[in-house]
Design a protein around this ligand. Structure first.
Ligand code: ADP
Ligand code: DP6
Length: 321
């Protein structure tokens, strides 16, 4: 039996990915730019075991079935082909934050799985190869292999680092608004948007422009400009979802209250900018010097359950058991 364990942190897109390329293989239709966090972690152990007659997948202490299991088995199948192995594996994974609620569990989950599984199958893939493997499981996961600010270009096989976390003196605050899984996962949500929203083509046209603006601002250490592009990216993405039929609305009343609070804090002089993924939570990019003040203001908003503060974090890494 060969065993490997990996830890990966979640990442939050500043310029969003939403939509699949027609070329398939879970390539993305638009480029994205993210920040890997130091908090919101997944720990995954993979054991390749000659005595197993099928893969065994455990997520958060419960045996996984259906689609959640199939996604993991799909990644293991690729590694069996690459390593010319017929062995099955047992996978045990734990997210230290809510799963499938819009906090990017698929990102840290598939990054940790890809890194641990390739080691357990005796491969020593390069970072780019592990990123490509993770991408086929969940495209946002490709970015969690790298630390700090990371890009995944449209139709790219793997993500690439853009700048270290220290490029900006920032933290990400996660205002958790409701707990429990969402009704529509990201994969189904983006397929539905792509198939039915008349605003989807407009999103695909605008997204690369916003990505370029956000990247330029990041490289110039211009937080105000980055923040403006970041807010526009999330609002355009959500507008395209809301125009789907039936409408896909992940935002809740508490989400809007947090957005309003961020605008007010900004008007009062705090550099703080919001972004929302496929869920009701709000992630706020904030200058580190203002983090405690902004966090306290967010925590006081009705409907905000808690606020998690996270500095920029590391790329996925293997750990000794
Ligand atoms: P989220 O907003 O949490 O990323 P998604 O709908 O994008 O929500 O992805 C959630 C799905 O990702 C889960 O239903 C499961 O299939 C998969 N997933 C989450 N965590 C893990 C993990 N630790 N290991 C493997 N797969 C995971
Ligand atoms: C809104 O990477 O979860 O968080 O590739 O189908 O697994 P799949 O989708 P996923 O989508 C992430 C969407 C997003 C924006 C982002 O992270 O870029």
């Amino acid at each position: 039996m060969t065993t490997a364990t990996a830890i990966a942190c979640s990442n939050i897109a500043l310029a969003k990915y939403w939509g699949k390329s027609p070329r398939g293989r879970n390539l993305t239709a638009v480029p994205s730019l993210s920040l890997t966090l130091s908090g919101l972690r997944t720990r995954t152990t993979v054991s390749v075991d000659a005595t197993l007659s099928e893969d065994r997948v455990e997520l958060g202490g419960s045996v996984a079935s259906g689609r959640a299991r199939e996604r993991v088995v799909g990644l293991l199948d690729e590694l069996r082909t690459l390593s010319r192995s017929r062995r099955f594996a047992s996978v045990a994974s734990h997210n230290d934050f809510p799963t499938a609620s819009g906090l990017a569990s698929s990102a840290s989950g598939f990054a940790a799985l890809a890194l641990a599984a390739q080691a357990a199958f005796g491969l020593s893939l390069s970072r780019a190869e592990v990123s490509a493997l993770a991408r086929r499981g969940s495209a946002s996961a490709a970015r969690s292999l790298f630390p700090g600010f990371v890009e995944l270009l449209a139709e790219a096989e793997s993500a690439e680092p853009v700048a270290p976390g220290e490029q900006l003196d920032v933290e990400m605050l996660v205002a958790v608004t409701t707990l429990g899984p969402k009704e529509t996962g990201s994969t189904d949500g983006m397929r539905h948007t792509q198939a039915t929203s008349p605003y989807y083509p407009a999103w695909v046209t605008a997204a690369p422009v916003l990505f370029a603006e956000a990247k330029q601002a990041l490289l110039a250490r211009d937080l105000e400009r980055l923040g403006a592009a970041m807010e526009h990216s999330t609002l355009l993405m959500h507008a395209s979802m809301m125009a789907a039929r039936p409408a896909l609305i992940y935002l809740r009343d508490s989400t809007l209250r947090v957005m309003e609070c961020v605008r007010q804090l900004r008007a009062a002089g705090s550099a703080a900018f919001f972004t929302m993924d496929a869920g009701p939570h709000v992630k706020v990019l904030v200058e580190r010097a203002n983090s405690a003040r902004v966090s306290a203001a967010l925590a006081a908003i009705p409907g905000v359950e808690r606020v998690l503060a996270s500095a920029p974090g590391p790329g996925a890494f293997l750990v000794e058991e």
